[in-house]
Design a protein around this ligand. Structure first.
Ligand code: NAD
Length: 366
């Protein structure tokens, strides 16, 4: 899957489970198979200290099982950090279905998948992700209650992307404040990579505030539509890294912050929606900082979607979800402050806070 293609090869056996370099103390991993529907899914529960593991289900045509396993492990761990830094009563988990979402999906497959989720007795709660939709979650709901991301007419919050984009926008404004002493995006040059569900909403919010927005996407037709709709300027797929922009917003794939791309970057701030933006957190986090670029941690500023589906568990309230996503602004500023004081990267600071929250909850529970 895209998130792992640039990840540095480590000297561990990624074909094994416990030996996988992304295993990092997962609590439970469940491999499920159903011959009748062709369902092959891996559910990874990273940590349930703060609550049930909530994370979406990705459907992707992985080249092999090792790739699927590495992807689900990296993503589920990210969910633990995302929930903890956002102050939510949730743990981290994620699931991947191996298959082509355009050809292999059926409602029966998702109903069967719901039965597997149900067997976990609430330890894992799912939602949609890349390759799955609100409609698929409706099928899952037929066999388990442990699903979010449902349509509004079923008590759900619908598409979480606008709330995700709003949170990214608030994180971007906090980084702008830190970098330039004012949080206004007016006149700032913002390069947005990927103008899908989240990217388009971010283009809208940034242009409304008077930013000069540059966009790229592999879907040329959609790219041109967005350009016309918001007056954003189109740039080539690889040109996005070389652009003399103020802010780079990765909103398509993970692992775009690799050695080659970081060398090209000319921006002052990185703030985007994609999960696992750094190909290798320790190497590339430091490389970005050494270049003098301010990095707003992905799992902190893209938590709006998780905040939105979390709201469903308590009785969905859009206004409350947006209010909670707004707090990403102040949390991001706190993370920058801590990073400066402790001479660590913002990513390290955010992970440290998340780990402290989990450790504190473990002590209380002990
Ligand atoms: P999406 O699939 O709607 O949009 C992704 C866009 O990126 C598409 O338009 C696609 O054509 C484009 N793209 C793919 N490969 C590209 C490439 N190489 N270069 C340029 N563009 C490319 O997905 P989304 O829901 O908007 O999510 C975007 C990112 O944010 C993903 O990494 C996702 O995991 C993350 N994220 C999304 C949410 C959410 O609420 N949707 C929440 C948290 C994180």
């Amino acid at each position: 899957m895209i998130e792992v293609k640039d990840v540095k090869k480590k000297k561990t056996n990624d074909n094994s489970v416990f030996g996988n370099s992304s295993f990092v103390e997962h609590e439970q991993i469940m491999f499920c198979y159903d011959k009748a529907t062709g369902l092959k899914v891996i559910i990874a529960i990273h940590d349930t200290t703060l609550g049930p593991a909530l994370g979406g289900t990705r459907m992707w045509n992985y080249q092999n099982e090792a790739e699927a396993l590495t992807d689900v492990l990296r993503l589920s761990r990210g969910m633990t950090y995302k929930a903890a830094i956002s102050g939510l009563g949730l743990g981290g988990g994620k699931a991947v279905i191996i298959g082509d979402s355009k050809k292999d999906k059926t409602p029966e497959m998702f109903r069967r998948y719901g039965q597997f989720i149900e067997s976990l007795n609430g330890r894992y709660i799912t939602a949609e992700d890349v390759g799955t939709s609100t409609l698929d979650m409706v099928s899952v709901r037929e066999t388990t209650k442990n699903v979010t991301g449902l349509p509004e007419n079923m008590g759900g919050g619908g598409d979480p992307s606008p709330v995700t984009a709003y949170g990214v926008f608030m994180g971007m404004k906090a980084a702008t404040m830190e970098c330039w002493g004012s949080d206004s995006l007016a006149g700032k040059k913002i390069a947005i990579q990927g103008v899908g569900h989240v990217g388009e909403n971010l283009v809208r919010l940034a242009t409304e505030e008077g930013a000069k927005v540059y966009i790229t996407d592999i879907n040329q037709e959609h790219l041109e539509d967005i350009s016309k709709k918001y007056g954003a300027e189109i740039v080539g797929l690889d040109k996005i890294y070389d652009l003399a922009s103020d802010i780079y917003a990765p909103c398509a794939l993970g692992a775009t912050l690799n050695t080659a791309n970081i060398k090209k970057l000319k921006c002052s701030v990185i703030a985007g929606a994609a999960n696992n933006q750094m190909a290798d957190e320790s190497i590339h986090g430091k490389m970005v900082s050494d270049k003098g670029i301010l990095y707003a941690p992905d799992f902190l500023i893209n938590a709006g979607g998780l905040i939105n589906v979390y709201s469903e568990l308590k009785g969905y309230d859009r206004a409350e979800a947006l209010e909670q996503a707004k707090k990403i602004y102040s949390t991001t500023l706190e993370i920058f402050k801590m990073a400066k004081e402790e001479n660590i990267t913002p990513g390290e600071a955010a992970r440290k806070i998340a780990e402290l929250r989990i450790a504190a909850a473990k002590t209380v529970g002990a």
